[in-house]
Design a protein around this ligand. Structure first.
Ligand code: FAD
Length: 468
């Protein structure tokens, strides 16, 4: 990838043309998988959003909600919600203690707690928005149960829990921690040595984004162009930018990069900061007419050998579960710096066969089996934080990307903050976004120089949680 004379161009980092289908996409409405508001690409737009996943569509929604009078064009390389958002685990689970101890060490208690509280705020914010708009997206407010089956990891988790409580954080009052026999009884997980629970939610990310897309397209200000990848951005000497796409050029005054894992394709300076990394998830169901215990909580399960899975139970009895990074991590070429979501990750594709029988009490004779399995591409951030705000040295360009495997409790309010910045010129500090999320030359340089953050890519934080 190269950047010369202000031209951003990187043909390598665009989405694969033929992603495999996911359970969510099958279940939802596919009308925006091939949609163009106008037959031809507009020649000009005030605001151009690149990417129609969670980040792109929610930024467009919030810009309209902030009262912008500007025209907005959204370019999407494939269909709406065909990227990570339509391929994820449906788990809206704030991180209360997984990565927070690392952030405390790096940046101090106040900055770290800001992140936990921001993520926690997503649960009531999403619940309220979904209820007010009457969005049918299988939203379920639940307890998320963290499970440790390895004795040493369980003890470490208990120590970290104690340290977090000792900080006097009021949000820790929502967390209950169990050890010994109680852990297995409460979690229902075979061989659990410890478990903790707190408030979280699950939902269909696809149904949510499709509804959001309908809401934004109700405004005549918005033009959506699917199957139109942006391929380069060139400053226009008379102001703004000329963006070249597979279907011609469009001039934009403001550009919002909401293409997550693929961001370095157009912003090569982020090549070391946001790296495309593949993950895997699947849908499990029991045969028709068979009953298995309903799981009305969500889970983060860690096995005896510390393989982590995130899991949600659906009210139709189905399960969506993913993870297993420990199984494929050694095979770097299968997942790291890899954008091919048309194929599974070989080293993990069989991991979820019999997962429910292996993991949960009461499922042994359920006949539960994987019905659909898919891969997806996440934007792994070098220091674990997303990059939000003004792109350094590129006036009029903004970024909202790098959400790791953890965008659901981060994107909605990040997009809201970014919309305030763009619609009203509000400074980052006044937009309600954690300070560590602000993109900066310092963060870009740190990744390029290879200091700090090492091990965050699919790494384990001190409480044993990977970003999920
Ligand atoms: C298998 C898997 C499981 C996950 N599970 C969870 C979970 O349970 N909970 C959770 O919080 N998070 C989870 N995540 C992460 C979460 O899905 C992401 O953090 C989030 O969806 C990112 O949203 P986004 O809009 O930034 O990116 P995306 O949804 O990837 O959207 C980016 C869009 O940009 C488009 N695009 C790219 N390049 C261009 C271009 N040049 N021109 C035009 N368009 C372009 C892409 O086609 C894509 O549609 C998971 C991810 C995966 C892959």
């Amino acid at each position: 990838m190269t950047a010369t004379n202000g031209v951003s161009k990187a043909p390598g980092c665009i989405p694969a043309p033929n992603p495999g289908q996911t359970f969510w996409q099958q279940d939802g409405n596919i009308e925006f998988s091939d949609y163009r508001s106008t037959e031809t690409l507009p020649e000009q737009t005030d605001i151009l959003i690149i990417g129609a996943g969670y980040a792109g569509t929610s930024t467009a929604y919030h810009l309209l909600a902030e009262g912008t009078k500007n025209s907005i064009t959204i370019l999407e390389a494939r269909g709406v919600c065909s990227g990570a958002t339509g391929r994820n685990g449906g788990h809206l689970r704030p991180d209360l203690y997984g990565h927070i101890p690392t952030y405390i060490e790096r940046a101090g208690l106040e900055a770290a707690v800001e992140i936990a509280e921001f993520e926690i705020a997503h649960v009531p914010a999403m619940k309220k928005f979904i209820r007010e708009q009457g969005i049918d997206c299988d939203f379920n407010l639940c307890r998320s149960i963290d499970v440790w089956c390895n004795e040493q990891s369980a003890q470490n988790a208990k120590t970290v829990y104690g340290q977090m409580v000792a900080h006097g954080l009021s949000y820790m009052e929502d967390v209950v921690f169990y050890t010994g026999k109680e852990a297995e009884g409460i979690s229902g997980v075979k061989g659990a040595k410890a478990c903790a629970s707190y408030t979280a939610a699950s939902m269909s990310p696809y149904k949510f984004i499709i509804h959001l897309t309908k809401l934004i397209l109700a405004s005549e200000q918005v033009n959506l162009q699917t199957h139109t990848p942006a391929v380069s951005i060139l400053p226009d000497p008379s102001g703004g930018y000329t963006v070249d796409t597979s279907r011609g050029k469009i001039h934009a005054d403001t550009i919002i990069h909401a293409n997550n894992a693929y961001v370095s394709g157009l912003l090569p300076e982020y090549e070391k900061n946001i790296i495309p990394c593949k993950g895997i998830a699947c849908h499990i169901a029991v045969p028709d007419g068979t009953k298995a215990p309903l799981l009305n909580n969500s889970y983060i399960n860690r096995t005896e050998d510390n393989t982590l899975s995130y899991l949600i139970g659906r009210n139709d009895g189905g399960i969506v579960v993913g993870g297993a990074a420990a199984k494929f991590k050694p095979f770097k070429y299968q997942w790291y710096n890899n954008v091919d979501d048309s194929i599974l990750i070989d080293a993990a594709k069989d991991y979820y066969n019999d997962y429910m029988q292996r993991t949960y009490h009461g499922w042994d004779n359920s006949g539960a089996a994987v019905r659909q399995i898919w891969s997806g591409v996440m934007g792994y951030s070098y220091d674990s934080h997303p990059h939000i705000g003004s792109v350094p040295n590129k006036p009029g360009q903004y970024i909202n990307a790098g959400f790791n495997g953890h965008g659901m409790p981060v994107i909605w309010l990040s997009a809201k903050g970014l919309a305030k910045m763009i619609a009203h010129g509000a400074p980052f500090e006044k937009c309600g976004i954690p300070r560590l999320f602000q993109t900066s030359q310092l963060r870009i340089d740190r990744a390029q120089n290879g200091t700090e953050g090492k091990g965050d890519i699919l790494g384990t934080a001190s409480f044993g949680a990977t970003k999920q």
